[in-house]
Ligand binder design. Structure first.
Ligand SMILES: Cc1ncc(COP(=O)(O)O)c(C=O)c1O
Length: 418
């Protein structure tokens, strides 16, 4: 072990001990935070959540950051913890027995949830892992081209940078400027950028930067027509909007459990369409697509079983109902933000390209990171949009958010930006 590893291990151990002892400050309790609700305060319903007790947020927190990490509802946490406790009764017996069988049922449930066959679904740890498997499982020759956008999250982009470095692939990039709201213009830009050497079209379903909903069905049809593979980074979509991969027509769809699906952290799904055959052939799938195989090794069994509970949670409410709710709340947010001074909204105002994500640009004098810190001090959690895109923040509205959450954010922004 190197000195650096020893030091890091010592640091992590010490940090763990401090956290357990309550000595590391918790993020949302900065000075000036909203007063915590009294323990006996009446419990209020949270949006579409079936029970007011479903979310374990610290009192007073307005959580508008599902796009980064979703909260896990109590019923999902409880099923995850129950599975973990059961596993520890006899790890080998459960892990290679009942739980392994149950994980195959999770694949079947996931297939029904996103509209494909069980054998087309692979369990992953996250979107990034799925994208990495796809890019590393394709056979490239130098000069092959991949077409993507300038708005891809690193989780959907790094894999292609790797292909450029390792295999001499050329990356072509279509621009999607903040404020874009024209599906046909996006499709036309892609069509124009495809060359005879283009092998892959890779793009997000919902852009991490502005939340714009990409015209996935049209782009997938274009890819198929031009003999390319359509790879979709769906990290921001599944759980927040209704997703049916067959209807979208893409070849590949990677998503995370721990965002809009509100599943345990470190869960994900990868759809590999049957008609890909062996075109995507990563090492991890050498021994098949089962939850546990010789080439994939052991995964976080309780988390995978919790992922099934998260899908059940969504299905019980109804995915179409969740999407309609999230979009209605985002429309309310969008309209209210229009009255906040200094903000420039860059997400689509209305129409088919909208999603439950809304982003705004700030003037240069107001740093998005500073605004984020000040909102956190008010117990409001939002995202800082990475600087390569713009100086701004992104808001997520999911099924547990309410009109009061939206109003609290808008009121806080009016004060902070006055
Ligand atoms: C579009 C997009 N792709 C990929 C990722 C990475 O997700 P994960 O960390 O689950 O791999 C994110 C995370 O925010 C994202 O927004």
């Amino acid at each position: 072990m190197t000195d650096r590893q020893t030091t890091r291990r010592a640091f992590v151990t010490a940090l763990g001990a401090l956290t357990a002892a309550g000595l590391v400050p918790r993020p949302a309790t900065a000075a000036g935070g909203a007063p915590a609700a009294a323990p006996d305060a009446p419990r209020v319903a949270r949006g579409l959540a079936p029970s007011p007790d479903d979310f374990a947020f610290e009192p007073g927190l307005v959580y508008l950051q599902t796009g980064s990490l979703g909260p896990t509802p109590r019923p999902v946490m409880e099923r995850t913890m129950a599975a973990w406790k059961e596993l520890e009764l006899n790890p080998a017996a459960y892990g290679y027995g009942a739980h392994e069988i149950a994980m195959e049922l999770v694949r079947a449930k996931a297939a029904a949830f996103i509209g494909c066959g069980k054998e087309e679904v692979v369990l992953t740890n996250c979107t990034t892992e799925g994208m990495n498997w796809v890019a590393s499982g394709l056979t490239f020759t130098a000069g092959d081209r991949v077409l993507t956008t300038d708005q891809e999250h690193p989780g959907g982009r790094v894999c292609w940078d790797y292909a450029v470095r390792r295999h001499g692939v050329v990356l072509d990039v279509v621009n999607i400027p903040p404020g874009e709201n024209d599906a046909q213009a996006i499709v036309d830009r892609f069509a124009k950028a495809i060359t005879p050497r283009t092998r892959v079209l890779s793009f997000s379903h919902l852009l991490s930067s502005t939340g714009l909903r990409m015209p996935v069905a049209e782009l997938s049809a274009l890819a198929r027509k031009r003999g390319c593979i359509a790879v979709v980074d769906g990290a921001q979509a599944v759980g927040g909007i209704d997703v049916n991969v067959k209807a979208l027509g893409c070849h590949v769809y990677a998503t995370s459990g721990h965002k809009w699906l509100m599943a345990p952290k470190g869960t994900g799904l990868l759809y590999l369409s049957d008609d890909l055959g062996k075109a995507v052939d990563p090492i991890a799938l050498e021994s098949g697509r089962g939850a546990y195989s010789a080439s994939s090794g052991v995964c976080s069994i309780p988390s995978v079983l919790g992922l099934a509970a998260a899908m059940d949670y969504h299905t019980a409410i109804g995915t179409a109902k969740i999407e309609a709710y999230n979009l209605a709340l985002r429309q309310r947010l969008f309209a209210a933000l229009a009255s906040v001074p200094k903000l420039r909204l860059v997400s689509p105002a209305a129409g088919p390209l909208t999603s439950p994500l809304v982003s705004f640009v700030l003037p240069d004098a107001v740093k998005s990171g500073d605004l984020h810190t000040r909102l956190r001090a008010r117990h409001i959690e939002v995202k800082v949009v990475p600087g390569q895109w713009f100086n701004g923040n992104r808001i997520s509205t999911h099924l547990f958010n309410t009109e009061q959450d939206v109003d609290a954010l808008v009121a806080a922004l009016k004060v902070e930006l006055a």
